[in-house]
Design a protein around this ligand. Structure first.
Ligand SMILES: [Zn+2]
Length: 245
């Protein structure tokens, strides 16, 4: 196959430079549309904020449970203190004369005190747990507050980006329409076909004697032909339309 086969010989009213300019517009459009899609997908995305809110609500539940547990322990310890008081009074009042009865009372008092001490220890542990739960909640609330601020700032910036991209795209679309209107129908069709296969790059510059699309070194006669305004020359390797600036 001959390098640089001439697909459509004759006079092309459109210069390849104009086609190349159209491609620049198309590439810019594709880039902006892809950015816009990304920006839109991030607008209203509040995953981080929701998980910070979720954490606060879990920590609130934890704190309520810890507070309840502490109150229960305190209540039980109080109950025992109230039981101890009358026994102590009885022992030290001197009204109990019977040594056996007195010894029994002493034993009861010691047993009650042991239980009270155990409960007081538990109440202390429960109080510590409550304090820890409060600290964890405070931290989660601080995180939520900064997540909230970050979300707001993020969304504001995304809104601005969206507006900017939308207006840029509208401008590029208008330019594209003008540019495409100046390209001959069959050439535009060819351009579109090649663009599909080459990620939007249907036109390749010739630089250093090579096709910049596929790096193939081009024969001199091909380069000569590409030099002529309106000459449609394609790369024999990648099929791209060659453009010599
Ligand atoms: Zn090529």
């Amino acid at each position: 196959m001959a390098v640089g086969s001439l697909v459509s010989p004759g006079d092309h009213m459109t210069s390849i430079a104009e086609l190349y300019a159209l491609q620049e517009t198309d590439l810019a459009l594709a880039a902006d549309r892809s950015m816009l899609a990304d920006v839109r997908s991030r607008l209203g995305d509040n995953d981080e904020l929701s998980s910070a809110q979720q954490l606060v609500s879990e920590r609130e539940t934890d704190l309520r449970a810890a507070g309840k547990h502490f109150k229960e322990q305190e209540y039980e310890a109080d109950e025992l203190r109230q039981k101890i008081e009358p026994v102590e009074k009885k022992i030290y009042s001197g009204t109990v004369q019977n040594p056996k009865e007195l010894a029994d009372l002493q034993m009861e008092l010691e047993s009650l005190k042991r239980r009270r001490n155990g409960l007081e220890d538990k109440a202390l542990v429960a109080m510590d747990a409550q304090e820890e739960a409060q600290t964890a909640l405070d931290e989660a609330r601080a995180e939520l507050s900064s997540a909230d601020a970050a979300y707001l700032a993020d969304q504001t910036e995304l809104q601005e980006q969206q507006t900017g991209l939308e207006s840029n795209i509208a401008m590029l679309e208008a330019r594209r329409e003008l540019q495409a209107g100046q390209v001959e129908g069959s050439l535009l069709k060819l351009y579109d076909q090649i663009a599909v296969n080459h990620n939007g790059r249907a036109v390749a510059k010739i630089e250093g004697g090579a096709c910049q699309g596929c790096r193939l070194t081009l024969p001199q006669n091909v380069i000569q032909r590409a030099r002529g305004r309106g000459n449609l020359v394609q790369c024999s390797s990648c099929e791209r339309i060659l453009y010599l600036s």
